[in-house]
Design a binder for this molecule. Structure first.
Ligand code: ZN
Ligand code: ZN
Length: 379
């Protein structure tokens, strides 16, 4: 079966990579950063283009995607999370992630509670929502007219691309395997530092730390190609970046005083700086084996029962490690669970405890923290 265009194998491959890349960009820029989190504003041209592209290449509806995703953030890694490998198993989410996604997308309560603010115009009501699955049939016809039989194979790749990479890889591996920049209260990970194939969504721990940030990379080696496109759209006057998160710096980077709002925004960054400038320094000084290092650096609330008892017995024989673990847990509690009116006072008390330990790196960290929050006029 011949189509209008005949390409070499590499030609078909490049075409497939380009069209699937556009689909991934529609997901990360339009559905995720724009519609779900409002981290950017999009002009009507890119907005309508992405909506059309998603309809014809995936059949996904904006309201459903947004509602399921916001529900994921609100209930992350609990029994009520629509897709968590922690509660549903990595194999279920990685290989069959589209099933829990569909189940949640059909849940009226989720749609009502989390789907507010998504498009509800004529084209949404009369085409995208009404004929949700017609777009992908048109795409099949277009592919076959253009390329003949190879067009069918390209279509099959297009149909599996999002269910596998978005519903499977991001939702599965992104909460299961990889490194973490931030001690978020969930299991999110950055599973690959170069966000090209999934447009930057590979940096999932960075995203959970700052869900309202348009940029997903934080360290010098991390790449977020989705954000590069957003910057290009902004340059062309087609988008506006509303909020970005700061890049991560070396320990003790900030010298200006913070307001309470800044303190709340940067709590995960503070915990990371504590790890770098206290925990890692002590562990290096004690020549601690890697296995124990991992336990100390893992957030306390993410430890399994087994890991918890191992850590307790290690700390029993090592008062210095016991102190730094205890102080980090306390700092985490103050930053996450204390009422704003009490936060500064408790942090200053915490700094005082650090000084009493006479451990140099702790004293250095606490003086730096005091310099950020100490002047109550600014807090
Ligand atoms: Zn997540
Ligand atoms: Zn999100």
């Amino acid at each position: 079966m011949h189509g209008l265009i005949t390409l070499s194998f590499s030609g078909y491959l490049i075409y497939t990579l380009v069209v699937t890349h556009i689909t991934i960009m529609a997901v990360t820029i339009y559905l995720h950063r724009h519609q779900s989190h409002r981290a950017i504003e999009l002009g009507s041209f890119p907005s309508h283009f992405f909506r059309f592209w998603l309809w014809i290449t995936t059949g996904m509806k904006t309201k459903e995607w947004v509602a399921v995703h916001r529900c994921h953030h609100a209930r992350v890694d609990t029994e009520e999370d629509p897709h968590s490998p922690v509660t549903q198993g990595i194999n279920t989410i990685l290989w069959k992630g589209v099933i829990p996604y569909r189940k949640a997308a059909c849940n009226q309560e989720i749609l009502t509670k989390h789907g507010a603010g998504t498009p509800n115009d004529w084209v949404e009501k009369n085409i995208y929502s009404k004929f949700g699955q017609i777009g992908v049939i048109y795409l099949l016809a277009i592919n076959i007219i253009l390329f003949g039989l190879p067009g069918l194979f390209i279509w099959l790749v297009q149909m599996t691309w999002i269910p596998f990479f978005a519903a499977g890889v991001i939702n599965g591996i992104g909460h299961y395997f990889g490194y973490r920049n931030y001690d978020t209260g969930d299991h999110s990970t950055n599973f690959f530092p170069f966000g090209i194939i999934i447009g930057g969504e590979e940096l999932h721990n960075n995203h959970h730390a700052f869900p309202y940030a348009a940029n997903l990379s934080r360290r010098w080696f991390e790449l977020d190609v989705g954000y590069l496109y957003i910057q290009m759209l902004e340059y062309l006057g087609l988008a506006k970046i509303k909020y970005t998160a700061e890049r991560l710096n070396t320990p003790l980077p900030i010298s200006n005083r913070w307001s309470l709002q800044q303190l709340n925004q940067h709590k995960l960054q503070l915990l990371r700086i504590y790890d770098n400038s206290v925990n890692k320094v002590i562990l290096k000084g004690q020549n601690t084996p890697n296995k124990i290092k991992k336990l100390i650096l893992k957030s306390y609330h993410r430890l399994s029962q087994n890991e918890l008892s191992k850590l307790t017995s290690i700390c029993k024989d090592n008062p210095q490690l016991e102190k730094i673990v205890e102080l980090k847990t306390h700092l985490h509690d103050i930053l996450h669970n204390t009422h704003v009116s009490e936060k500064v006072r408790q942090l200053l008390d915490w700094c005082k405890t650090c000084r009493e330990t006479k451990i140099n790196c702790l004293i250095e960290f606490s003086s730096w923290l005091e310099s950020l929050i100490g002047d109550k006029q600014h807090v």
